[in-house]
Design a protein. Structure first.
Length: 694
């Protein structure tokens, strides 16, 4: 990477979504003054979004956190005293070691939001060395279901090969143009479409970016994707469109599957999913007969309690059509030759971890490596299965982002001691005892995409100094590690942690920052040599270990939410394309583009409820109510409300608690129904009603 184009330096975008676009950054007088797209970016090829362009505004924001803060008033109130780093670390050390002594190491939880950089893995290392099995993460609604359902079904996590020669693509509950989900920058999908690949969209809404390039739109009822997939499997098998050779040689339980899906003919599935049977047939035929084809999947398939069978049904589609592990299908990218995450986090020093994790008491599925937030809060509030009294939150805003914000508030109030690191004071930070000011993208050397299964890691070099008292999370954790765990696993200089990872590649940190990207070797159809990594060595259409895992061997559709005549609409969510979750509503140029939280309705549904574009509407579920501004969208299915996720109001100020309840979608969600496998609550397809605010 290094210097390029007359004083611009190259880096990869980070901490604005999963990251991946290459940026050219101009630094003057120690400040980032300009960011441009980089035409030579291997993933983005000249693409950049407004978030990437605006990322420099975070650095010099007047209200950025600049000093460690110690609580002086009651929780929820912004009453603080500025303290030194030494004092902050002394207090954290004393409290965490005190808890370990009194209640055991598991009484301290380490909580992380969306993975942003190497800090997540350093946090897991700290938790392991401290002896706490409880790293709490949003993985219950984000990626763990896909990865682990993949491991149990075909032995790997199958991601769409957008660099390959796909001739058909299904965007299944993924808004790639707005989210660049799974590190798949939208530019790659656009290139495949330009080459003539066919496009099928499965989503209650048809976003503008796909309209001109679309072949088939399946406007699915929120939460019913499993029924749709089973209907498509039925069509593919009954019309004998499956890949007979692959199925015979490499699939376990095809006969059982064939019998099982007889019950899911398109006519029967149609009223559940709200799509005409002919369209289900047409989509199934297109996908099965246009090879290679890839499914690009998003959060919608996993933010539901029945995510395990839903994801399995999609992997079954990939398998029976012969699209698994082929170029242009759904693949397992090879990883670059770097230190493996398990070694980096020192998991071998904590062999009893999985047995001790809070979720193991609820019988979640093996291989889930982080604790679902639902079980963490139950432990804090009820003391079951054991007490959790301390927590360290890093790069997360759970009061807004975890399902059931009321329960999160209760847990935050109940915890004896809360530490939180962020770049800005958030609603959650108002409940912390100590707030730590973090350095962020551009201000320290970081590695992007490590351990995410995307087949590459990206260099994010330090380009400017952070404000004098802001520390990179990696440095904070390194210092804490030296104090509360065996110091021999930590360093004088926290950058040695990055060097550990690069060791096997034979690269120094400087060399890696120069190279920019390390990619694994692409190798298809690996199963031909060594089979699939499952108990039967085949893709398990029928799960051979179902009984032992306590799950059904074939994906079965059962409605999750009973119908309720008081709540006739179905609510679901999507991300704001111009913000990351709850982050950056305080970045001026982005906020100018999206001033209010908006909820979407179709014209017909809006008419039915007597509401107009621009009205402030109340959205109510059995769990709570919030308001959003109404936007009417003709491409949204009737009777569905899409509510944008992540809203609070930084401009209102911390004294007013940022009005964090007012428009926060997770005031409308609950953990009363949780999926057994991953402890996932329902975020897609929640019964609700709306009315105009008087
Ligand atoms: N209803 C509903 N709920 C959802 C979702 C949904 O679709 N619907 N989506 C879910 C998903 S997929 C996810 S991943 C989660 C996300 O949940 P979170 O990860 O909790 O959400 P973020 O808003 O990304 O929180 C990140 C915080 O990190 C801070 N931050 C940014 N950079 C840094 C840094 O360098 N260091 C530190 N210490 N902090 C930093 C930001 O300021 C922000 O406050 O939300 C989940 N919740
Ligand atoms: N701009 C931006 N980019 C992001 C993020 C962000 O917050 N903002 N977050 C990052 C993270 S952590 C993640 S996990 C990814 C998520 O990336 P995506 O999965 O693409 O994100 P979402 O917007 O949650 O959902 C995608 C689509 O699902 C549709 N949908 C809603 N309910 C259903 C349903 O029941 N079935 C189907 N089939 N579709 C449904 C929505 O209308 C939306 O178009 O994005 C990453 N990138
Ligand atoms: S799409 Fe994502 S990686 Fe690309 S510039 Fe925008 S925020 Fe950064
Ligand atoms: Mo996510």
């Amino acid at each position: 990477m290094g210097k390029d184009r007359k004083g611009y330096q190259r880096t990869y975008c980070g901490r604005m979504d999963h990251g991946g676009c290459s940026l050219l950054v101009k630094v003057e007088m120690g400040k980032v003054v300009e960011i441009l797209p980089d035409g030579e970016g291997p993933l983005s090829r000249g693409y950049i979004c407004p978030k990437g362009l605006a990322s420099k505004e975070k650095l010099n924001h007047p209200e950025r956190l600049k000093r460690p803060l110690l609580r002086k008033g009651p929780k929820g109130r912004p009453e603080w005293e500025e303290i030194s780093w030494d004092k902050a670390l002394d207090i954290i050390e004393e409290r965490f070691l005190g808890f370990r002594e009194k209640f055991g190491p598991e009484s301290v939880a380490f909580c992380h939001g969306m993975p942003k950089g190497l800090d997540l893995f350093v946090m897991i290392r700290l938790a392991n060395l401290f002896g706490s099995p409880n790293v709490v993460m949003v993985q219950d609604v984000c990626h763990a279901p896909r990865e682990i359902a993949g491991l149990h079904t075909c032995g790997f996590y199958p991601v769409a090969d957008l660099k390959g020669p796909a001739r058909a693509l299904i965007l299944w509950g993924s808004n790639l143009s707005g989210t660049n989900e799974e590190g798949q920058v939208f530019r790659l999908l656009s290139e495949r479409l330009k080459e003539g690949a066919r496009l099928i969209v499965v989503d209650p809404i048809l976003h503008r970016s796909y309209k001109d390039r679309l072949d088939i739109f399946l406007p699915v009822n929120p939460g019913s994707d499993l029924a749709l997939a089973l209907g498509m499997i039925n069509v593919i098998i009954s019309k004998e469109l499956y890949d007979k050779e692959f199925v015979t040689k490499w699939c376990h339980g095809f006969q059982e599957l064939k019998e099982h899906v007889r019950g899911y003919v398109p006519e029967k599935v149609s009223p559940i999913v709200g799509i005409p049977p002919e369209l289900i047939q047409q989509a199934a035929i297109t996908y099965a007969t246009t090879k290679p084809a890839a499914i690009v999947w998003g959060n919608a398939i996993e933010q539901i309690p029945h995510n395990f069978p839903t994801i399995r049904s999609l992997i079954i589609l990939m398998a029976i059509t012969g699209n698994l592990d082929i170029a242009g299908g759904n693949i397992q990218p090879g990883e670059p030759n770097i230190l493996r995450p398990g070694e980096f986090v020192k998991s071998r020093l904590f062999p009893e971890k999985t047995k001790k994790m809070l979720n193991s008491y609820y019988g979640t599925i093996p291989r889930l490596m982080t604790v679902p937030p639902a079980y963490f809060r139950k432990a804090v509030i009820e003391g079951k299965p054991y007490k959790v009294v301390g927590a360290y939150f890093q790069a997360t805003n759970p009061l807004i982002t975890w399902a059931d914000s009321r329960l999160t508030e209760e847990a935050l109030l109940k915890l004896d001691f809360v530490v939180l690191s962020d770049v800005y004071l958030t609603p959650t930070a108002l409940y912390a005892d100590i707030v730590l000011p973090a350095a962020t993208q551009f201000e320290f050397n970081d590695i992007g995409h490590y351990g995410l299964g995307h087949g590459f890691i990206l260099a994010r070099p330090k380009l400017v100094e952070p404000p004098p008292h802001c520390w990179p999370d990696i440095k904070i954790l390194n210092e804490l590690g030296r104090r509360i765990t065996d110091p021999k696993y930590w360093y004088e200089d926290y950058e040695d942690l990055l060097k550990e990872i690069l060791g096997p590649a034979g690269l120094t940190l400087e060399e890696f920052m120069e190279v920019g990207i390390l990619e694994g070797k692409m190798d298809y159809q690996k199963y031909k040599k060594r089979g699939f990594k499952t108990p039967t060595g085949k893709v398990e259409l029928y799960l051979s270990r179902a009984e032992e895992l306590g799950v059904s061997p074939l994906p079965e559709y059962k409605p999750v939410v009973p119908s309720d005549s008081n709540y006739q609409l179905s609510m679901t969510s999507m991300k704001e394309p111009l913000f990351l979750h709850s982050s950056y509503r305080w970045v001026p140029s982005l906020r100018k583009l999206v001033t209010y939280p908006k909820a979407l309705l179709s014209p017909k549904t809006a008419d039915l409820y007597g509401v107009k574009e621009g009205d402030e509407i109340i959205i109510e579920t059995p769990y709570g109510s919030i308001t959003h501004i109404l936007e009417i969208n003709p491409d949204l299915k009737d009777d569905v409300v899409i509510v944008k996720h992540g809203w609070w109001y930084p401009e209102v100020g911390s004294k007013e608690g940022y009005h964090w309840k007012k428009s926060n979608i997770n005031m409308l969600t609950s953990i009363n129904i949780l999926g057994k496998e991953f402890g996932t609550p329902n975020l897609r397809g929640i019964k609700c009603k709306i009315r105009k605010l008087d």
